[in-house]
Write a protein that binds this ligand. Sequence first.
Ligand code: SF4
Ligand code: ZN
Length: 311
Amino acid sequence: MSPEPLCSEAPACSLCGEPAVIHQRHAGRLLCGIHLIADLEHRVSGTIASQKQIVPGDCVAVALSGGKDSTALLLLLHRLFKSHNDIRFVAVTVDEGIDGYREATIRSAEGLARRLGVKHITVSFRELFGDSLDTILKDRETQACSICGILRKKALVKGAERAGATKLATGHNLDDEAQSVLMNVLRGDLMRLVRNSGADSGGRFIPRVKPLMYVQEKEIATYLVLQGIWSELPECPYAIHALRREVRSVLSGFEYRHPGTMLRLMENKKMIEAAFLGKTGGEPVGHCRECGDPCSGETCQLCQLRHSLGR
Ligand code: SF4
Ligand code: ZN
């Protein structure tokens, strides 16, 4: 029996035979750089078209944190729509005020927007809510992501309103979306899945769209490496407290051992949404009695948060 070669060759792309850069386990194929880029652009433009996420006349506010998902989102949208004169993009960055973390990602966001010639708006927690996240979270670090999530949502809508946007695009990927499904199940809050995901503020309704919702995190990372703009950025210091971190690790293990798990979770979400179509998760959408924003109860999440923070 001949010995195994000491150094085996890189596996080949299932489509062209060139060295592969990624194994799409759920699809049972390997892809080279050129075919991965083509595949991502094709799938993202398919998601946008099938859900009418972006249509002629739109001004799209792109949530640009400067992290890898939002960077890939702006790059992909710019490539897909650069010849469409009837669609505009404005990048919106939220500065939560997280010392030692946000500065680097904001610099990266500014650099990308400048390079692509996309208008860029930054809104800060300090300006909108009177304090940085670091100050707001004093002695409440374990609740960081739930508090930050509510404030970020509001800040993004404010930025989108200032930009005169008709849509708000976020870089949520397949991993994020599948994690959210699982987290809602674990929290016993399945109804949250079917609540209206539009971005509301003061009576103005800006639909939120997620063009990367069927793209895996590892595909996005490889895409950025191929575009030559991969850079290691610091991780948010509060991320260690997040339930999402645990769910992420469990889910990626499942996805590795049982490829397609994340897509199947998304299919479940779609089935639940279809079952509740027109019922808005069983709760009527009204308006917050304090600030007037649309919400499903009497008081919106932001006003509830203000009360619990004593602000
Ligand atoms: Fe906010 Fe949590 Fe994200 Fe940090 S990890 S930016 S605290 S949501
Ligand atoms: Zn309110």
